[in-house]
Design a protein around this ligand. Structure first.
Ligand SMILES: [Zn+2]
Ligand SMILES: [Zn+2]
Ligand SMILES: [Zn+2]
Length: 423
């Protein structure tokens, strides 16, 4: 593995003119994936090949003009032609030369993805390693400027290839990669989420991917499993990007659904609705359908429109969607927020001395940077936490957050509401 990694570093050092042979890279990386567990591979990469990982991040986030792209394409193509192992190449694999660059992106994200998705610190909280494992800080993830990086990532993900069965898996992986980077760098990105250009690009990317996923789904039953996984990963991405919710938790937040999709509401609802409709007939698809249904309803509510009744009826939900959505999304929105819960304090785990935000010991959902912030929030004049803490605790006692998307959640919620408030 070390050898492969060192060679990759040499071949990628010039991110505009890499000398990496994709064909051989596929084989080499497949070989690596046979060795050890994913966790042990990620550990080796994170400890011993930090420079390589940052260079790959640079490859993925550096802005490229049309000219840069064609230079990249030519470099990849000539690296393949000049390769000493060219007789062992699988000539069919990269016949479509015009998509070489996109394949390179998808493939290079694989080791990053292994490292990032296995990092609980990054997934659950915005915390970088204190023991010097990659990513050591946000600079490792964003070697280029935040806005350019975001736009570049959107470009790549939007154009990730998804023709064959394998491609769909790769496309799902690029979506997952985008999601984890977005999460870790949310603070850096959120500043730009207010900008029209970024919002439009993001909206267009999401709608485009949703449209494509429907096409893939209809292509036939042999790709159905991959298509469903792809749709699930897209749903997770929407959830991640628009973690602001239709509730009043953060109405002014630039990453709420209203803010991001402003001006494209019909387009967004159309795209989500088409996906929701295609997931029919198969009980195995039910969970995915419910997740997409939840997003769809959230979007309707965020745009100030009443969700059509058929969504509720056809998902098999026996409860007014508003109640479900408001409660679940309020809880999730608070839980996934990366900042101190004291309004106005924007500190994150990475700013705290102890390296993490401390949760309120009673409700275990609000989190604070310091005791001082907690005390301030507890008894602030407007919406003091002391008024809600116990209620939140009671609600969470019967429906833990991880159950939010499950069928049981709805049953428990109904039971709870009936017990608490009568019928
Ligand atoms: Zn080769
Ligand atoms: Zn509390
Ligand atoms: Zn604070």
């Amino acid at each position: 593995m070390d050898q492969v990694a060192q060679q990759m570093l040499l071949q990628l050092r010039d991110v505009h003119r890499p000398t990496l042979c994709l064909d051989c890279h596929v084989v080499a990386y497949a070989g690596i994936q046979m060795t050890g567990t994913a966790t042990s591979r990620a550990k080796i990469l994170q400890q011993r090949h930090q420079e390589l990982l940052t260079v790959i991040m640079r490859f993925c986030t550096i802005p490229r003009s049309a000219q840069d792209l064609s230079i990249l394409q030519r470099s990849l193509s000539s690296a393949m032609a000049r390769c000493q192992n060219s007789n062992a190449h699988n000539s069919a694999r990269f016949r479509e030369k015009s998509t070489l660059a996109h394949y390179a992106f998808s493939m290079l994200t694989a080791p990053l993805d292994e490292c990032l998705t296995r990092s609980d610190r990054l997934r659950r909280a915005d915390r970088f390693s204190r023991t010097g494992e990659w990513p050591r800080s946000v600079d490792d993830l964003l070697p280029c400027s935040a806005q350019q990086s975001l736009m570049t990532l959107i470009f790549w993900v939007r154009h990730s290839p998804r023709q064959s069965r394998v491609d769909i898996g790769t496309a799902a992986q690029t979506v997952a990669f985008f999601r984890v980077v977005f999460r870790a760098c949310r603070r850096e990105f959120s500043e730009y989420m207010r900008e029209e250009e970024v919002r439009r690009a993001l909206t267009e990317m999401l709608c485009f991917l949703f449209d494509r996923s429907v096409e893939i789904f209809h292509r036939g039953s042999d790709v159905r499993t991959e298509a469903t996984l792809y749709i699930t990963s897209l749903g997770d991405l929407v959830h991640e990007v628009a973690m602001g919710s239709p509730t009043a938790v953060q109405p002014e937040s630039p990453d709420s659904m209203q803010a991001i999709f402003l001006g494209s509401e019909d387009r967004v609802l159309g795209a989500f609705d088409a996906v929701w409709r295609c997931l029919d007939g198969d009980p195995l698809l039910r969970e995915t359908k419910q997740r997409i249904g939840t997003i769809l309803i959230k979007a309707y509510l965020a745009f100030g429109r009443a969700p059509p009744e058929y969504i509720d009826a056809m998902s098999g939900w026996s409860i007014i969607p508003e109640v479900y959505c408001y409660l679940s999304s309020a809880m999730c929105a608070i839980d996934v927020r990366l900042e101190c819960s004291n309004p106005g304090c924007h500190k994150q785990a990475r700013d705290c001395d102890v390296g993490k935000l401390q949760r309120c010991s009673s409700c275990k959902i609000f989190k604070y940077c310091t005791k001082a912030c907690q005390a301030q929030h507890w008894s602030r004049p407007a919406l003091p936490h002391k008024k809600h803490c116990r209620n939140i605790r009671n609600v969470l006692a019967v429906m833990p957050l991880e159950g939010v998307f499950s069928d049981d959640f709805l049953k428990t919620l109904v039971d709870y509401l009936v017990a608490e408030f009568g019928t």
